[in-house]
Design a protein around this ligand. Structure first.
Ligand code: SF4
Ligand code: SF4
Length: 133
């Protein structure tokens, strides 16, 4: 991650994640979007996932997630009502928006998978297969 890098705005509806904040925000400092299956690059939305998902009902996950919290964003949201977004690193290089350095150049992405139990239940809904464009 370099100073000056630009990241997409993140909307996330995964309300079972420890990083989820009401209003469909993500309080993580950084999220990793990845292909779901080892050795098989995503070809469709369902084969992508937010690897940073951590189930909120697990106390161990809550503790483990503490070092990946966007404290500045959270404070700004709390005190000024501003927006809060994580940085995004993505390894899904079959996506139209993927760029060298594991960057995503989309203006905004949406992470879906309401009620997810594991990261494989989540998706980057903004994924677009560059081969099919
Ligand atoms: S699933 Fe990913 S984008 Fe959504 S709140 Fe959790 S870490 Fe953030
Ligand atoms: S839109 Fe594409 S490049 Fe951006 S995070 Fe989603 S899968 Fe990765």
């Amino acid at each position: 991650m370099e100073k000056g890098d630009i990241y997409p705005r993140v909307k996330c509806v995964v309300d079972t994640c420890t990083h989820y904040v009401a209003g469909d925000y993500c309080s993580a400092r950084n999220i990793d979007i990845m292909h779901e299956e080892e050795g098989h690059m995503s070809q469709i939305i369902e084969q992508t996932m937010c690897k940073t998902f951590a189930q909120a009902s697990s106390f161990a996950n809550m503790l483990g997630s503490m070092d990946n919290v966007n404290w500045g964003g959270a404070a700004s949201k709390l005190f000024t009502g501003g927006d809060m977004y994580p940085t995004v690193m993505c390894t899904v290089h079959s996506c139209e928006y993927w760029k060298d350095g594991n960057h995503c150049i989309a203006e905004a992405i949406e992470v879906t998978g309401r009620h997810a139990n594991e990261c494989q239940d989540t998706n980057c809904q903004t994924y677009r297969n560059k081969e099919s464009q």
